[in-house]
Each structure stands twice: as structure tokens, then as C-alpha cells.
Design a protein around this ligand. Structure first.
Ligand code: SF4
Length: 262
């Protein structure tokens, strides 16, 4: 059983909940990481540009034309940067910080965790609270506020912001979907916060014991390790999530729990 704090980012928590084996692969040296995608490239470009805009002092000090030079040749990035620039012209006065790194040590079911994240932007709110703004550059689907309140990654962001700014309440988390120019804001109740964190207990305890479980499902289709190490598909590359019926009925692959010691 490991006694060192397990470092976890919000993105890693999402992957761990979906499939602990995917999480395990992703934590290995670069030889096992997935190939860079066009989406990852656009995401990095937009984030770099937005952070430069923040660091320069906002729209009053850094022109839209200067921003767009950085993303020229990438139409979707141009559109997202332009959308964000217009929003920031309106929101700049409420912005407190950009690209802020946060870290928090917590204990969950006896396992020590070190939560880490970089928050794209922090805004003060008119009711004395604080809002973490998280930029999203994917196509979607855009979640609802209910989805956000159940989301474990959002819960981790909430924990970090609440601990870093103990005098600012309420804490809100906003996802800003730049492609569709939509914002979704959630405020977690105490019960929601605790319920969400409790879902992390089992996978975290297994991790501390050095066990990872493969959990096949629809998410396998976007897993970079499906054909690059995942034993679930090693003998049957054409298997689909339906083949993993937990009851093993109708001639489907019998029930299996893919648990590995690491
Ligand atoms: S392909 Fe599916 S089961 Fe295999 S590691 Fe990826 S998410 Fe997990």
C-alpha cells in the first residue's frame, strides 16, 4: 500500500473513474502516451494565446490583431480566440488571475492524494464569491449545469479553489465552450461535493494497493491505448462495448474483471 500522496489532476481523475487501466497507461513514460491530435494542437494554440492576452494586461493592452497573428492559418482557433477576446473586453474588470497553479493535499478513505490543477482564469463575482473559468476548445457535447455538478473533475477544481481562497464564497465553476461560445456555470452544494468525492474512494484505494482494473466501454473508442497495450482488445481487436456484457449472456464474452497488479 503506497503511503506517498498520489498526485492527481482533474483530467486524471476523470480518466481514473472511466478506466483505471487507461489512467495507468497514461502515467507511464512517453513511449506509451497517445499520438498528438489536431485537437490537442488547436487546444494548445488557443490556450497559449489566451494566456499571453491575460499576461499582457488584457484587451486594453493587447490588440485582437496581435492575438490573431498567433493563430493565423487555423480557422477554428481564430474563431475561438476572437470569441474569447470579445468576452474578455466585457469581463476584464472582474478577472482576478489567469493561469493560476493550485495544489491541495487531502486524505480520502485513508489514502493521501495531492490534487493539482492550473485554473485558466479566476473571476470575482458580484456577491463576494469566486468563479473558476475553465476553457474548453472541443466540439462538445456541451454539458448541462446538472452534468457539471456531478462531474468529478469539476469537484476537484471546486476543492482547489475553495481551499486556496477560503474567504471567497460561494465558489462557482464555469466551463466556457469556445467553439459554440456557450458558458455553463455550476455551484456545488456541500452534499453534492461530498457525494462526488465518495465515488473516488474505490478506484483510489485500488490504486494505493497497486491494482488497476480495465473497464471497457464506449470510451474505449477514443482511448489511445486500445490497440497500443490494452489487453482487453489484444485477442479480439473487433470487440465492441456490447461484447462486454457483465452477465456474459447471449454468446457474448463471459464476464471478466481485468485486474492487474502494478
Ligand atoms: S481500451 Fe478501454 S479498457 Fe482498454 S485501457 Fe482504454 S479505456 Fe481501458
Amino acid at each position: 500500500m503506497t503511503t506517498q500522496p498520489i498526485p492527481l489532476t482533474p483530467q486524471e481523475v476523470s480518466i481514473l473513474m472511466e478506466c483505471p487501466l487507461h489512467y495507468h497507461f497514461a502515467k507511464q513514460p512517453t513511449s506509451l502516451t497517445g499520438p498528438a491530435t489536431a485537437q490537442a494542437e488547436i487546444d494548445a494554440l488557443v490556450r497559449d494565446t489566451v494566456q499571453q492576452l491575460h499576461a499582457a494586461g488584457g484587451p486594453a493592452r493587447f490588440s485582437l490583431a496581435d492575438c490573431l497573428v498567433r493563430v493565423a492559418g487555423y480557422p477554428s482557433a481564430v474563431q475561438m480566440v476572437e470569441q474569447y477576446y470579445r468576452r474578455l473586453e466585457r469581463d476584464w474588470r472582474q478577472m482576478m488571475a489567469g493561469n493560476e497553479a493550485m495544489s491541495l493535499k487531502i486524505s480520502l478513505t485513508g489514502v493521501s492524494l495531492r490534487l493539482n490543477a492550473i485554473i485558466d482564469r479566476l473571476d470575482r463575482t458580484s456577491d463576494g464569491g469566486i468563479m473558476a473559468v475553465l476553457l474548453r476548445t472541443e466540439d462538445g457535447p456541451v454539458p448541462t449545469a446538472d452534468d457539471l455538478r456531478r462531474n468529478l473533475a469539476v469537484t476537484i477544481y471546486h476543492a482547489l479553489v475553495a481551499a486556496t481562497y477560503p474567504l471567497k464564497r460561494p465558489v462557482r465553476i464555469q466551463e466556457l465552450w469556445l467553439r459554440s461560445n456557450q458558458e455553463i456555470t455550476a455551484e456545488l452544494s456541500e452534499d453534492e461535493y461530498r457525494d462526488n468525492l465518495s465515488r473516488l474512494r474505490l478506484p483510489v484505494r485500488a490504486l494505493a494497493r497497486g491494482e488497476v482494473m480495465a473497464r471497457p466501454g464506449l470510451h474505449c473508442d477514443v482511448c489511445p491505448f486500445k490497440y497500443r497495450g490494452c489487453p482487453v482488445y489484444a485477442n479480439d481487436p473487433d470487440a465492441t462495448p456490447d461484447d462486454f456484457d457483465p452477465k456474459g449472456s447471449d454468446g457474448k464474452i463471459p464476464p471478466r474483471q481485468w485486474i492487474f497488479k502494478i
